[in-house]
Ligand binder design. Structure first.
Ligand code: ACO
Length: 323
């Protein structure tokens, strides 16, 4: 059967680092409070000349170089983002243009922090359905642009960045020993809207709006939702936590990551954590974490890797891939 196999990865971060100490000058907070409650030590913040499209393009070019491919080899771009450059056209199409591509097709996917899992699952269907042969799946965000910088309960949590993978349709055996995406579970429930949303938009206020969150409420649901979809993927593939080489979670909060791993019986040594360096970069956090763990040699060809995320909507999902 056809599987969507990862053949390249890349990442991009803004030039400017914002430490917890610097945040102490902006809102009433402390490095100690932020580290203790979230595990975040710093985040990257886009300058005026850095956008979701420019960061996404940079990550895409890095992933193509890593795969030994050029934009000519790609026929699909799926960009997960909640912070597009414009309401339309899709930022994916802008990235396609920046890459000099006149062929193929590109679109944005909006599932907030779960965006990258949704985008991977969607690209997988396009590749397995024969619509495309090679896809760039990108997660890129500039959440700094939708933060209320006077609200200490949210502005300390998020950061900007981008990551990308190249997926290629390849013939495999049809077993869990195959390389490529093996299974995914996606969920959403709009009744949780008020717990995490942006208070603006084209059809309501005509403005971009700011992120609003009831952090404690999000926290209460996160671990249960994440473990639920991961267990669903284990059941669908006949695998268990013991089979996993790596869990690469959405990087929202160290306590959510630790709580989910503990509930699933996954030792923390098998969990890739980058929230300390990047903060919560929403749809970019998983590909950024993947890039770090591939660069330092932790994730290797043949490893069984579980991706998971939960975010605004609520949306949540998990995806199992053999590297
Ligand atoms: N600095 C100092 N004090 C703060 C800050 C801050 N930045 N923010 C809040 N506080 C204060 C609060 O005002 C409150 O003070 P009070 O007791 O005098 O009223 C106190 O700290 C405790 O506030 P809580 O909200 O109860 O703190 P909590 O322990 O729940 O931690 C946090 C807050 C970190 C937001 C936590 O609830 C959380 O991680 N929630 C998950 C939300 C999340 O990660 N969302 C990301 C987006 S969704 C996703 O990606 C999954």
């Amino acid at each position: 059967m056809i599987r969507s196999v990862v053949c390249g990865y890349g990442a991009a971060l803004p030039k400017r680092v914002l430490s917890n100490r610097e945040l102490e000058d902006i809102v009433e907070t402390s490095d100690e409070w932020i580290v203790q409650r979230t595990g975040i030590r710093q985040r990257y913040i886009a300058d005026d000349d850095e956008t979701t499209a420019s960061l996404g393009e940079q990550a895409a070019r890095a992933a193509l170089a890593n795969a030994g491919l050029t934009p000519d080899d790609i026929d699909l771009i799926v960009l997960a983002t909640s912070t597009p450059n414009n309401t339309f056209p899709a930022t994916a199409v802008e990235i396609q243009n920046r890459l000099g591509m006149k062929h193929g097709y590109a679109f944005d996917m909006q599932a907030v922090c779960t965006g990258f899992v949704y985008a991977m699952a969607t690209a997988d269907l396009h590749l397995r359905g024969g619509m495309a042969k090679r896809a760039l799946v990108i997660g890129a965000e500039t959440f700094s642009r939708i933060l209320d910088w006077q609200d200490r309960t949210t502005c300390v949590l998020f950061g900007d960045g981008a990551g990308a993978l190249v997926l290629e349709a390849r013939e495999e055996e049809g077993t869990v020993a195959d390389r490529g995406i093996l299974a995914a579970q996606l969920r959403s429930d709009g009744s949780h809207r008020e717990k995490l949303y942006v208070d603006g938009g084209p059809s309501t206020t005509g403005t971009v709006g700011h992120l609003r969150m009831e952090g404690r409420e999000v926290f209460k649901h996160a671990v249960g939702m994440i473990t639920d979809v991961i267990e669903g993927v284990f059941t669908a593939t006949g695998t268990t936590a013991d089979d996993l080489d790596w869990l690469v979670p959405h990087q929202a909060n160290r306590r959510i990551i630790d709580g989910s791993a503990k509930k699933l019986g996954i030792p923390i040594e098998k969990v890739v954590v980058t929230v300390d360096m990047h903060g919560n970069t929403s749809a970019a956090s998983i590909p950024l974490a993947l890039s770090v763990a591939c660069d330092d040699g932790r994730i290797k060809k043949g490893d069984l890797v579980m991706l998971e995320a939960m975010g605004g909507g609520f949306t949540w999902g998990a995806l199992l891939v053999r590297w």
